[in-house]
Design a protein around this ligand. Structure first.
Ligand SMILES: Nc1ncnc2c1ncn2[C@@H]1O[C@H](COP(=O)(O)OP(=O)(O)OP(=O)(O)O)[C@@H](O)[C@H]1O
Ligand SMILES: [Mg+2]
Length: 326
C-alpha cells in the first residue's frame, strides 16, 4: 500500500498530541459509560484496553462526533469535536466493532464506494481500493459478495474501508474480535504496520491486554468508564527477576524440565507452554550461572531449547495491581 499511504510517512511530529480529552463524561440515563476522562494520545499505536462495557466504543464515537458527550471536551488532530466533526471525519478512518458490511456487495465495490464517498474520482478510487485490499490480504475473494465472508475476511474488509482515504489517524474498534489465533496474529501485525510503516496514528481497542502489549507504544486502560492508567507500554512491562524457558515439545517435556531444574536447586513453575524460573539462590546468583544450568539440564534431557529470556511481566498485572497510576 506504499502508493496509498507512503506520502503520509512521518506526517505527524512525534511530540504532537493526536487526541486530547478533558473531563469527558457520557451518561446514558443512569448508566455512566465514561466519567471525567482526561487523557492525551500521541502518534504511533495506542492501545485502549478495558473489559466489556468499560467505555471504549463510547469514547471512539464521541471523538468521531457520532455521540455527544454529557460534559467535558476533546480535540482530535487539533480539531475540537464540538465544532469540527466533519473535518475530523475527513482525517480519521473508523473500523467499527460490529458487522456493518452490506451482504450483497463485494469488498471491492464497497471499498471503491467508500473511497468515492470521501471525495476521490472514479479511477483513483478504484486504484486505492485495490491497493488497500491487497494490503489487508483480501485477494480474489474481494470480488465475492461479503455476506459469504468468514469473520477474518469481514474484519479485513472493514479495515480496508477505514484506510482507503489516506487518514492521518484510524480508530480500530476490536479488530481481532472473533478471529482465531493465527488470524489474530496477522491482524495485529497489520495494525502495527499501519502505525510503523505508514506513519498513521492508531487507536486500537481490545479487552485482551496481552495482545495490545505486542503492538502498542502506549496503553490506556479504562475500568468502568474511568481511567485506570495511561502510560508507555514499556512502563507496564517491568522485569520480574524471573527467567522464562521454553523447550520444544508438549507439557510433559515442559514438566520434565521443571523437575530437573528443581533438582538443581531452582524454584520453577509452569507458565503456559513455558517454565518460569524464580530468581536464583545465592550460590547460583553469579552472572550467567543460572543460564548455564538451564542450558546443561536441557541438553542432558535431550530437549530443544527454544527460548530463554527475562520475564517482563504482563499487562494483565495492571488490573491485579488496581489503582490509578496516571
Ligand atoms: N446506546 C446506549 N444506551 C444505553 N447504554 C449504553 C449505550 N451504549 C453503551 N451503553 C452502555 O455504556 C457502557 C459502555 O459501553 P461501551 O459500548 O462504550 O463499552 P465497550 O468498552 O466498548 O464494551 P465492549 O468491549 O463490550 O465493546 C456500557 O455499560 C453499555 O451498556
Ligand atoms: Mg465496544
Amino acid at each position: 500500500m506504499a502508493g496509498v499511504t507512503g506520502e503520509l510517512t512521518g506526517l505527524l511530529p512525534t511530540n504532537q498530541s493526536v487526541i486530547t480529552t478533558a473531563g469527558l463524561t457520557k451518561h446514558y440515563g443512569s448508566v455512566h459509560a465514561l466519567t471525567d476522562l482526561t487523557v492525551d494520545v500521541g502518534p504511533g499505536v495506542t492501545g485502549l484496553v478495558g473489559a466489556n462495557g468499560a467505555g471504549k466504543s463510547t469514547l471512539i464515537k464521541i471523538l468521531l462526533g457520532l455521540l455527544e458527550p454529557t460534559s467535558g471536551s476533546a480535540s482530535v488532530l487539533g480539531h475540537d469535536i464540538e465544532h469540527a466533526s466533519q473535518e475530523i471525519r475527513r482525517l480519521v478512518g473508523y473500523m467499527p466493532e460490529h458487522d456493518c458490511l452490506p451482504p450483497d456487495v463485494s469488498a471491492s465495490d464497497f471499498v471503491v464506494h467508500m473511497a468515492r464517498m470521501s471525495g476521490l474520482g472514479a479511477a483513483p478510487a478504484r486504484e486505492r481500493a485495490a491497493d488497500v485490499l491487497r494490503h489487508v490480504g483480501l485477494d480474489e475473494e474481494r470480488y465475492r459478495p461479503m455476506g459469504g465472508y468468514s469473520t477474518g475476511m469481514k474484519q479485513r474488509a472493514k479495515l480496508a474501508q477505514a484506510l482507503v482515504h489516506d487518514p492521518h489517524l484510524v480508530f480500530l474498534d476490536e479488530p481481532t474480535n472473533g478471529l482465531d489465533p493465527a488470524a489474530r496474529t496477522d491482524m495485529l501485525r497489520l495494525v502495527q504496520r499501519i502505525g510503523s510503516d505508514f506513519g498513521i496514528a492508531v487507536l486500537v481497542t481490545s479487552h485482551l491486554l496481552g495482545e495490545l502489549e505486542q503492538v502498542s507504544n502506549h496503553v490506556i486502560v479504562l475500568d468502568g468508564g474511568r481511567l485506570l492508567r495511561s502510560s508507555a507500554t514499556t512502563d507496564f512491562l517491568r522485569r520480574t527477576g524471573n527467567l522464562l524457558v521454553e523447550v520444544v515439545g508438549t507439557e510433559t517435556e515442559r514438566d520434565r524440565l521443571g523437575e530437573a531444574l528443581a533438582q538443581r536447586g531452582l524454584t520453577c513453575r509452569p507458565r503456559g507452554s513455558m517454565v518460569a524460573v524464580d530468581p536464583p539462590p545465592p550460590e547460583l546468583a553469579e552472572a550467567g550461572a543460572v543460564h548455564d544450568v538451564i542450558r546443561d539440564v536441557t541438553a542432558e534431557l535431550g530437549l530443544g531449547l527454544m527460548r530463554l529470556e527475562p520475564d517482563h511481566g504482563h499487562l494483565e498485572d495492571v488490573f491485579l495491581e488496581g489503582g490509578a497510576h496516571v
